[in-house]
Design a protein around this ligand. Structure first.
Ligand code: 2NL
Length: 344
């Protein structure tokens, strides 16, 4: 019986040694240590043994079981280790492979231009204000010295929603609202960028929806020369230090006097070319001293307070700065057009 047990031990240990995976090892465990295994079988015959032999064989059988179990455990750990090594090797990442390029977008040209304008005016101490695109007739027209029946209301054919509500035709109502909150006492120094709407037929230079940046400064003792100095600073920062400005008389219902500002043509340096249509000058914006009626309606005493205001179209500025020949390029979203203006 002793010999049979030793035989089984050697046999089992050889099979443990030979097992190539965890599954094979499991089979060895079931075969030798299971209830129906040969060791159990041998022990069933213990009844035939003498009293002295029984504990010796019992002890031996237990030692052999433990020996086989330990061998299985050890082999299992080894197999798991090998499996892990193999997995790690297979999943190695080759960090020297070239990467796949990630497509990165960028701001729209108009967004960049508006932000550039904002930065310049923030640098001069202006606040940025926004307001509703659906406006009341009062703030869009009335408060800007455009009473009902005023001929200028025809000039700006508008998208009306009701008799009293319309899509704003300029950003000026944001300024009228801001002044109205100051109780006629505090100064205002702001710009308001935003979308505006006019009933126009779209073509290379007209769009029914476009962008505007307007500015307003109201305080005591504000003069035309303050406007001129500020505009000169803006033009040089936006278009280059070598640009000159000139102001021509003009008309807007909300300013008096009113002017239009030109910058000297960058292309021909004032000589006259196709860009400036032979004049040497390019129109950039409109401006003027805030009309006393506008100040008064906003609650200021025009004898005590005065102000200047200006308005410009970022599309036009972008077109001049980058030679864009059609305003519709800003709204048709052709990526080939847009990505020319993404900074690297
Ligand atoms: C242009 C001309 C202008 C204004 C806008 C304004 C606003 C208030 C009071 C007075 Cl609240 N004026 N805005 C003044 C002059 C010209 O815009 O050509 N825009 C594209």
């Amino acid at each position: 019986m002793k010999e049979r047990l030793k035989e089984l031990q050697t046999e089992a240990l050889n099979q443990v040694e030979a097992a190539e995976d965890v599954k094979a090892l499991q089979d060895v465990r079931v075969a030798y240590l299971g209830k129906k295994g040969p060791i159990t079988e041998v022990l069933r015959g213990m009844g035939k043994l003498s009293k002295e032999e029984r504990p010796v064989i019992g002890q031996l059988a237990n030692d052999i079981r433990e020996d086989i179990a330990n061998a299985i455990q050890e082999k299992q750990e080894k197999l798991e280790e090998v499996a892990l090594e193999k997995q790690l090797e297979e999943e190695t990442i080759d960090v020297t492979l070239p990467g796949r390029p990630v497509k990165v977008g960028g701001p729209h040209l108009l967004t960049s231009i508006v932000e550039e304008i904002e930065d310049l005016f923030i640098g001069m101490g202006f606040e940025i204000k926004e307001g509703p695109e659906v406006e009341t007739d009062y703030y869009n027209f009335e408060a800007l010295n455009l009473p009902k029946g005023h001929p200028a209301r025809d000039m700006q054919d508008s998208f009306y929603i009701t008799e009293e509500l319309l899509l704003r035709t300029h950003t000026s109502p944001v300024q009228a609202r801001t002044m109205g909150k100051k109780d006629g006492k505090e100064p205002v120094k702001m710009i308001c960028p935003g979308k505006v709407y006019r009933r126009d037929t779209d073509d290379a230079t007209h769009s029914h929806q476009f962008t505007q940046v307007e500015g307003l400064l109201v305080d005591k003792h504000v003069r035309m020369s303050d406007l001129k100095g500020m505009l000169d600073k803006f033009a040089k920062q936006m278009f280059g230090d070598e640009r000159e400005i000139r102001l021509r008389p003009s008309f807007f219902p909300f300013t008096e006097p009113s002017v239009e500002m030109d910058i000297s043509c960058k292309v021909c340096n004032g000589e006259g070319c196709s860009i400036c249509k032979g004049t040497g000058w390019i129109e950039i914006l409109g401006a003027g001293m805030v009309h006393p009626n506008v100040l008064e309606m906003a609650g200021y005493d025009p004898e005590e307070y005065s102000g200047f205001a200006f308005g410009m179209g970022p599309e036009r500025i972008a077109m001049l700065k980058y030679g864009v020949d059609d305003i519709r390029h800003f709204y048709t979203n052709d990526i080939r057009f847009l990505k020319q203006y993404h900074k690297a």
